[in-house]
Design a protein around this ligand. Structure first.
Ligand SMILES: *Cc1c(COP(=O)(O)O)cnc(C)c1O
Length: 397
C-alpha cells in the first residue's frame, strides 16, 4: 500500500457483480456470442416525447445551474404524481431532485444517520444499501428472509433486531432482486411498528410502475400523518421511463429532512442535470402510454422466463410480482460437478453458466444470498429464449 488513504473509503466494497460482468464483456469483445441476463436497466429507449423535451431544453439554453435541490416546475410535477398515484399531499418544499434515486438514498442516509446508527433491511438486498449505509457512518443490520415468505420480513423479524441504535429501515417494494411486493396489510403493520418505535422508513419505490397481475402498489406514507412524518419516499425516472442515463431521482419527506438533504447535495454535486430535469417534467406529466407498453413486454417475458425456469430440472423460482428480475434457486445442484465445475456457491454456478453456456447471470452473493442467481428479463424475448435453452442444456446434462 503506497498511500495513507481514508479508512472509510477503503472499507467500501467494490461491486461483486463487476467480476462476472467484466468477464462477460471480455468474452463479448473477443467475439464470443454471450447472452446477458445481467441488465439492471430497461432495454427500451427513452420515450420520444421525453427525448424531444431534452433537445428543446438544450436548444433554448436551459443549460445553466438550477436551484441545487431542483427546478420548481419539476418539484410541482413530482407533488402532482404523489397526489394522483399515492394520495399524498406534499409541497415543493417537501421535495428534492437528485442525480438518480441512488443519490436521493445517499442524501437521506447522510441527513439522518449519526456514527453507529443502525439501518435494517432485508436479505437479499439491493447491492448498494450496505455500502450507502456505511458511507454515512451507519451500521447495516440484516434480516434474512425466506423464499417461501416471498423474501419479505414482518414485525416479529423487526423486533428481533431492534436496538436502541436502530435509526431507520429500508423498504424496497417492488424489490430488486426478488420482485416481491409488500401488501397493504403487511405495510400497515410495519408502519405501526415504525411509529411506535420512532424509526425512519426509507421507502425505495423505484419499481412502483412495474407491478403485474392484480397486485397493486401501496405507499407506506399514505396511511396516516404519523408514518408520513417518518417516511422518506424515494422514486425516480430510471426504471419507469427508461431514463437510467439521464440521472434523475427524487425524494419526498418532512421539510426539515429535505432541507438537510438539500444542503448536503448543494455542496456535493449542486443541481442535477438541468436538461434531464426539464425532460423529466414531460416524463411525469405527459402521455404515459410508453410506460404501459414497456410493462406489457415485461409481463410477457416474466411469464415465459418463470415457466421455463420451473420446467428445467434442478432449478426453480417464484413468479415475481414486480420489477424485472427473477431469483433462480439452484440449491438442488449444490455439491454436484457439472462439466468439471464444482457447484458450491452462486459464483461457481454463475461461472459455469458463463464459461460453458456463454450466459451471464448475477451471483446471488452480490445481494447477500448465495443460494440464488439473478436473471434480468430487461432483454429481448429472443435472448430470453436462447439464453434459457443454453442454461437448460448445461443444467440437465
Ligand atoms: C435502479 C435502482 C435504484 C436507483 O436508480 P437510479 O438510476 O439511481 O435512479 C434504486 N433502487 C433500486 C432498488 C434500484 O434497482
Amino acid at each position: 500500500m503506497n498511500f495513507n488513504l481514508s479508512a472509510k473509503g477503503l472499507r467500501i466494497a467494490p461491486s461483486i457483480t463487476l467480476e462476472i460482468t467484466a468477464k462477460a464483456k471480455a468474452m463479448k469483445d473477443s467475439g464470443i456470442d454471450v447472452i446477458s441476463f445481467g441488465a439492471g436497466e430497461p432495454d427500451f429507449n427513452t420515450p420520444e416525447n421525453i427525448q424531444q423535451e431534452g433537445i428543446r431544453a438544450i436548444k433554448e439554453g436551459l443549460t445553466r445551474y438550477t436551484p441545487a435541490s431542483g427546478i420548481v416546475e419539476f418539484k410541482k410535477a413530482v407533488c402532482e404524481k404523489f397526489k394522483i398515484d399515492n394520495g399524498l399531499e406534499y409541497k415543493p418544499s417537501n421535495i428534492i431532485i437528485s442525480n438518480g434515486a441512488k443519490h436521493s438514498i445517499h442524501n437521506a442516509l447522510m441527513a439522518i444517520l449519526n456514527p453507529g446508527d443502525e439501518v435494517i433491511f432485508a436479505v437479499p438486498y439491493w447491492v448498494s444499501y450496505p455500502e450507502l449505509v456505511r458511507l454515512a457512518d451507519g451500521v447495516p443490520v440484516y434480516i434474512e428472509t425466506k423464499e417461501e415468505n416471498d423474501f419479505k420480513f414482518n414485525v416479529d423479524d423487526l423486533n428481533k433486531v431492534l436496538t436502541d441504535k436502530t435509526k431507520a429501515i429500508i423498504l424496497n417494494s417492488p424489490s430488486n432482486p426478488t420482485g416481491s411486493i409488500y401488501t397493504e396489510e403487511e405495510l400497515r403493520a410495519i408502519a405501526e411498528w415504525a411509529v411506535k418505535n420512532n424509526i425512519f422508513v426509507i421507502s425505495d419505490e423505484i419499481y412502483e410502475k412495474l407491478i403485474y397481475d392484480d397486485n397493486k402498489h401501496v405507499c407506506i406514507a399514505s396511511f396516516n400523518e404519523d408514518i408520513k412524518r417518518l417516511t422518506i419516499l424515494i422514486n425516480g425516472m430510471s426504471k419507469s421511463h427508461a431514463m437510467t442515463g439521464w440521472r434523475i431521482g427524487y425524494a419526498a419527506a418532512h421539510e426539515e429532512i429535505i432541507k438537510v438533504m438539500s444542503n448536503i447535495q448543494s455542496h456535493a454535486t449542486s443541481n442535477p442535470c438541468s436538461i434531464s430535469q426539464y425532460a423529466s417534467v414531460v416524463g411525469l406529466t405527459g402521455d404515459q402510454n410508453s410506460v404501459e407498453e414497456m410493462k406489457k413486454h415485461f409481463v410477457e417475458r416474466r411469464n415465459y422466463m418463470a415457466d421455463t425456469i420451473n420446467s428445467i430440472k434442478g432449478l426453480s423460482c417464484r413468479k415475481p410480482q414486480g420489477a424485472f428480475y427473477i431469483m433462480v434457486n439452484f440449491t438442488q445442484l449444490l455439491g454436484k460437478t457439472i462439466k468439471g465445475h464444482a457447484i458450491n456457491s452462486s459464483m461457481d454456478f454463475a461461472n459455469l453458466l458463463l464459461d460453458e453456456g456463454k450466459v451471464a447471470v448475477v451471483p446471488g452473493i452480490a445481494f447477500g444470498d448465495d443460494k440464488y442467481v439473478r436473471l434480468s428479463y430487461a432483454t429481448s424475448m429472443e435472448n430470453i429464449k436462447n439464453g434459457l435453452e443454453r442454461i437448460k442444456q448445461i443444467v440437465e446434462e
